[in-house]
Ligand binder design. Structure first.
Ligand SMILES: Cc1ncc(COP(=O)(O)O)c(C=O)c1O
Length: 389
């Protein structure tokens, strides 16, 4: 008898990630110039590693922590939120999570009922789309305005609201475009959310990596948004702690116990050794954060300079933040971004990510990461110049 796999509709609907597909294909190519991952290539600073080593030696990491996270870590997060995000919080408004990802997933699980609509500016981080789907929600894409630097289309968001809309979810600075949504626009998003009683779920993973006078703004700092904002943060990008898997979210005291109900079956608690590392990160010098920012800024400038020499192939918006950019492919073959990326990989040994992975308006683009050494950027663009000559 032919047995079908008993897979849920939710999971069957989820797209396989092109990022992982490109990574898999890239492994087969020797000496590849790799621009596919949004992952810092530097390691975590030494004082953070030492904080984890000390916690291991002190024998305090072998059990679970309180499920919302270590009290002393939540205290430090409260200080950071006040200092850098203008969010007035107390420890009972904080949930320490397994990176921003688990926080976002738990937030959606707590908010979304089957069929509820989640508005996502497009292009957006593909994981957000899958998170909405796995929470049984329906992603509703609202294209951003590319010519103006992928800013939000506020009128478009207003028009997209229906009686089924439950949430608006975005990342700023953006993966994949590098756009930093302005305070003015985010205040307009807050107005829409308050008018329709929607939840705004933010992904602020790249909060510190902003350039050219752009300012990161946390919608959770607006007092009226108290019960309408869930703000997700992470140590992953700020301190190059990708593999430590630790982040946190902020929400009101009424919301946190509800989100915690979703967090416990997903995680019980964030890895305790990583929570001690995170504590070391917040208590230690913050100089490393500015050093990372300067490094990414210099890499962004180099990537833009190199793109300026390929004007017949790409048109791009200068990213105001993150360490990613999202050039439009001007040549005919770019209409199918997956095929274009595969060809670039096979024929020019450059690994990028197809724009189609980031929502419908991502097609015809590719994502390039500049969290890599200058030599990788130069190698990739030397090859591109030779390839498109
Ligand atoms: C926008 C955005 N959010 C979240 C993540 C992952 O965050 P974490 O490692 O904290 O789960 C990434 C990683 O690329 C990202 O680009």
């Amino acid at each position: 008898m032919n047995k079908t796999l008993r897979i849920s509709k939710r999971v069957s609907q989820m797209q396989k990630s092109a990022i992982h597909e490109m990574t898999r294909l890239s492994r087969e190519v020797q000496d590849v110039a790799f621009l596919s991952w949004a992952k810092p290539t530097s390691g975590a600073p030494d004082h953070i590693r030492q904080a984890a080593v000390a916690a291991i030696n002190d024998g305090v990491v072998d059990g679970y922590s309180e499920s919302p996270g270590l009290p002393e870590l939540r205290q430090e997060i409260v200080k950071k939120l006040k200092r850098d995000n203008q969010i007035d919080a107390n420890p009972s408004q904080i949930l320490v999570t397994i990176g921003a990802i688990e926080g976002l997933a738990a937030a959606l699980m707590a908010v979304i009922d089957p069929g509820d609509e989640v508005i996502l500016p497009s292009p957006t981080y593909s994981t957000h789309v899958n998170q909405a789907v796995i929470a049984s929600g329906k992603p509703v894409f609202v294209p951003t305005i590319e010519e103006k630097g992928f800013i939000l289309d506020i009128q478009g968001i207003k028009k997209a609201v229906t009686p089924r809309t439950k949430a608006i979810m975005y990342c700023s600075p953006s993966n994949p475009t590098g756009a930093v949504f302005s305070e003015e626009q985010l205040r307009q998003v807050a107005e829409i959310a308050l008018k329709h009683n929607l939840m705004v779920i933010t992904d602020e993973a790249y909060e510190y990596f902003v350039f050219d006078g752009h300012k990161h703004f946390s919608i959770g700092s607006i007092p009226e948004m108290k019960n309408n904002a869930i703000s997700c943060f992470t140590f992953t990008k700020t301190y190059a702690m990708t593999g430590w898997r630790v982040g946190y979210l902020h929400a009101s005291e009424e919301l946190i116990p509800q989100i915690a109900k979703a967090h416990i079956p997903l995680a019980i608690c964030a890895p305790v050794v990583s929570q001690y590392a995170a504590l070391g990160a917040l208590k230690g010098s913050q100089d490393c954060v500015e050093q990372f920012r300067e490094k990414y800024l210099s890499a962004r400038n180099l990537m833009c300079e190199r793109l300026d020499h390929l004007k017949s192939v790409f048109d791009y918006q200068r990213p105001g933040g993150s360490y990613l950019m999202f050039p439009k492919i001007l040549v005919e073959e770019g209409k199918n971004s997956m095929e274009f990326c595969k060809r670039l990989l096979k024929e020019a040994k450059i690994s990028t990510t197809p724009g189609v992975d980031f929502g419908p308006t991502g097609e015809g683009h590719l994502r390039m990461s500049f969290c890599v050494p200058h030599e990788t950027i130069n190698k990739a663009f030397d090859r591109m110049e030779a390839y498109f000559k």
